[in-house]
Design a protein around this ligand. Structure first.
Ligand SMILES: Cc1ncc(COP(=O)(O)O)c(C=O)c1O
Length: 376
């Protein structure tokens, strides 16, 4: 937040800041999806709907998930929420009791920890190895589990590192969760952002482990629909019913118009997804090549999402820089490039760069970053 505020101040002074902060695609929402939203308004589909989402949308979600990943959910095992973040909030509220341990592999998206704390759970941060591309393994998890562990959070592809779990390792993690009788929460919001020929995977394909798996999904990133606020949960009916109860007395239904747009996104033409991905694949390679060309900077391969998470500790001890926060503040002040310090994600040797921005901005920002580090 501090870096973002400083960036805004510089912009107000007319300074050209390159922003590597965005956590959302820079593509417009696809035309067919926008038109479905407009049609919904014109047809007066603008009133309350079923609290947990309209039946057609739930059907579209479970059917698409089954077709793509081999999962088997009934619509009674699906609820539509106001974005993936709301899905996570409701899952934690329904499942985590006071004092329960919540296992969160590091680096992690900060919201996981804050929601865990909000519901009086106890986040337990489990470091993954940078040399292993920040991927969680069953072995690391087994050592971290406690008698009070209630839920294990996995986010693959990962924000901020882009790490993608190996499918077999994911299955081993799920087997371990069942053996230890804890829930495995899989946040699939970046599931379609995969590179180097990797195919989307869902742990819900292990239908035999359904009793222990909770899926949090979202149309936000896949269809560039962050502002429409539609996410979903796939889980046991008991969990779904508890979240509907919560939703009933807090948010009520997800926006009626957005539900129709999400229905079109899931059931209409899918070309836009491929177009966006091809562009991100190109940018990802460009960013990795440029980062790795900076002397002393290392960057684990981000297999997915749209972030790079370089290790910039080469700058520590130079010009008074001690950590990722100092680095980000100085990079902004001297080179006018905004990145997110790794401290926000639980590691301090890194910064997060989002490549959800134009090639021109990437080129300019990476050039400035290179010169900045070289000048220290
Ligand atoms: C890991 C992760 N999960 C979930 C979300 C939630 O996105 P939304 O609430 O827009 O669906 C985000 C957004 O940045 C994210 O990075």
């Amino acid at each position: 937040m501090a870096v973002m505020e400083a960036a805004i101040k510089l912009r107000e002074q007319g300074i050209d800041v390159v922003d590597f902060g965005p956590g959302e695609p820079d593509f417009p929402t696809p035309q067919n999806v926008k038109e479905a939203g407009i049609r919904a308004i014109q047809a007066n589909f603008t009133k309350y709907t079923a609290i947990g989402g309209i039946k057609e949308l739930k059907k579209a979600i479970v059917e698409k998930h089954a077709k793509e990943f081999g999962s088997q959910y009934d619509i009674s095992e699906c609820v539509v929420n106001l974005g993936g973040k709301h899905a996570l909030f409701n899952i934690f509220s329904a499942v985590v009791d006071e004092g329960d341990d919540v296992i969160i592999p590091t680096p992690y998206w900060v919201t996981f920890a804050d929601i865990a704390r909000f519901v009086n759970g106890n986040p337990i941060f489990v470091p993954t190895k940078e040399s292993d591309g920040f991927r969680l393994t069953a072995e690391i998890l087994e050592r971290a589990l406690t008698p009070r562990t209630r839920i294990v959070v996995v986010n693959s592809p990962n924000n901020p590192s882009g790490a993608v779990l190996d499918d077999d390792e994911f299955r081993r993690i799920a087997d371990l969760c069942r053996k230890k009788d804890v829930f495995l929460l899989s946040d699939e919001c970046y599931s379609h952002f995969l590179y180097d020929g990797r195919k989307p995977f869902s742990i819900a394909s292990r239908t035999d482990l359904k009793s222990h798996i909770i899926i949090a999904g979202s149309v936000s990133k896949t269809y560039s629909m962050t502002g429409w606020r539609i996410g979903y949960i796939l889980a046991l009916p008991e969990i779904i019913n508890a979240t509907i109860k919560l939703q009933s007395h807090s948010t009520s239904n997800p926006t009626s118009i957005s539900q129709k747009a999400a229905l079109e996104a899931l059931t209409g033409p899918q070309e836009s997804v491929g177009v966006m991905l091809a562009e991100y694949a190109r940018r990802r390679q460009f960013v990795l090549d440029r980062l790795r060309a900076i002397p002393g900077v290392k960057c684990a391969d981000p297999g997915g999402a749209f972030y790079a998470y370089p290790n910039i500790s080469v700058a520590f001890g130079r010009s008074g820089i001690r950590d990722s926060v100092d680095f980000s503040a100085r990079l902004l002040e001297k080179a006018h490039v905004a990145v997110t310090p790794g401290e926000a994600f639980g590691t301090n040797d890194h910064v997060r760069l989002s490549y959800a921005t134009s090639m021109e901005q990437l080129d300019k920002g990476l050039k400035r970053t290179h010169e900045f580090i070289a000048s220290l």
